[in-house]
Design a binder for this molecule. Structure first.
Ligand SMILES: Cc1ncc(COP(=O)(O)O)c(C=O)c1O
Length: 414
């Protein structure tokens, strides 16, 4: 059975009294610990750690992360604007976006934001608007690691970055606009396979050597984080020590000493957030069927199980010594709104404390790609409120969405 990460039964009751159920709670202390682990990543010639804010872009979380000395990687111009709105200086932000900015490009560049081109077209577009400037580009290293097709962002089936065999075209387009390539970025997914890290690090360093002004090599992307007790998190000291050796050996051979950047999202936030909810209903499909535990939350709030077949710890907050096997479902009218699926996306059961309607439930590992990736307002359920646990105090950082707020942008024409 899984256990609570940082919440206690007392804190859970306080949170429910404060804001109701469901509610996200984030632990400032845990975020700070994770930030410290990331900024201690071993390196040979300097380190800059970025937070990939797509994992959890709440303004309050950004401020905590910034206070720990990290910089940021934004995946759209709007994420950049969010950082600027939070008061984060432009120089600390890098934009690595699938879509070239259409609205805020000039404003962003004027603020000092770094541009990381993700395609040949993006380099050309950037060069047309800002000839003579500097930028980096993202390589698709030709291999990737991640637990499934939807989280693996390298290799021939991934559209992210410039294919590693096309980097000679980068130099040509850059020359056309008098651009300087001063940083290089590659992203391998969210796995922790050391062989993939080794191959990608060596390949990225070799690519960097082709561009004489490159001073920083960004091995962007995630480190595997264990949400379930059966999983294993990446050991940053181990992977980092290994990456450091590759950098040192490379420098010995070539004389090129590159600064390292890393940019995890999940690692910094996944286990820093928990979702409090409760059992709304219990039903079954007879002797040969299943018992369903239906929650007052679902894929509108945590989409990962439906999208990636991801597993999250589910904890029933009661003292029941008896257990039962449940299929745990969300409240949306979708057969895919189920929290208990296995890796192959097959319906499965989870052994949990025997539950009653009204029992409080905590879904752990809910700090990354949960609030940010939710199917907001599906079935017209309001957006789930959020709380930051800060030195024992529960501070509301997102109030519950009212019906008026939900309906405000919708217009009925005359
Ligand atoms: C460019 C870039 N950097 C960093 C990340 C962070 O990855 P994770 O949240 O798995 O740590 C991603 C995720 O897809 C990404 O696309």
């Amino acid at each position: 059975m899984e256990t609570l990460n940082f919440l206690t039964p007392e804190l859970i009751s306080q949170a429910i009294n404060k804001i109701g159920s469901p509610a996200y709670v984030y632990s400032r202390e845990t975020i700070e610990q994770r930030c410290s682990e990331v900024t201690a990543f071993p390196n040979a010639y300097g380190l800059n750690a970025r937070y990939a804010l797509k994992a959890n872009p709440h303004l309050a979380i950004l401020k905590v992360v910034e206070s720990m000395g990290l910089h940021f990687d934004a995946s759209s111009e709007y994420e950049v604007m969010r950082c600027l709105h939070a008061g984060i200086p432009g120089e600390k932000i890098q934009l690595t976006g699938q879509q070239f900015p259409r609205k805020h490009l000039k404003e962003i560049v004027a603020a000092g934001v770094l541009f990381n081109a993700c395609s040949l077209k993006q380099i050309d577009e950037f060069g047309k608007v800002f000839p003579g400037s500097s930028l980096s580009f993202r390589i698709n290293p030709g291999t990737g690691s991640g637990s499934n097709r939807k989280t693996n962002v390298g290799g021939p089936s991934a559209s992210f970055g410039i294919w590693h065999e096309q980097t000679d075209q980068v130099a040509k387009i850059a020359a056309k606009h008098n651009l300087t390539i001063n940083r290089i970025h590659s992203h391998i997914g969210s796995g922790s396979d050391p062989e993939v890290w080794k191959a990608v690090t060596e390949m990225t360093l070799a690519q960097a050597d082709k561009f004489p002004n490159v001073h920083t090599v960004n091995l962007g992307g995630g480190f595997k984080v264990a949400r379930m007790s059966s999983e294993k998190s990446t050991n940053l000291q181990e992977v980092g020590g290994f990456v450091k050796t590759v950098f040192i050996n490379h420098a010995k051979k070539t004389g090129n000493e590159y600064k390292l950047e890393v940019e995890p999202g999940t690692y910094l936030s996944a286990n820093c957030g928990s979702l409090i909810c409760d059992v709304d209903d219990i039903s079954d499909t007879g002797e040969n069927g299943y018992t369903f535990l239906k929650l007052n939350t679902g894929m509108d709030t945590i989409t990962r199980p439906a999208l990636y077949a991801s597993e999250h710890p589910i904890i029933i907050i009661n003292d029941n010594k008896d257990s039962q096997d449940y299929v745990v479902c969300g409240h949306c009218c979708e057969s895919g709104d189920v929290f208990t699926v296995d890796e192959s996306d097959t319906l499965t059961t989870r052994t949990l404390n025997k539950a009653q309607v009204g029992d409080t439930v905590v879904i752990e590992g809910a700090g990354a790609y949960c609030a940010s990736m939710s199917l907001k307002n599906y079935n017209s359920f309001p957006t789930t409120p959020q709380i930051l646990l800060d030195k024992g105090e529960l501070k509301v950082i997102q109030h519950p969405q009212s019906l008026t707020e939900m309906l405000a942008p919708e217009l009925i024409p005359d």
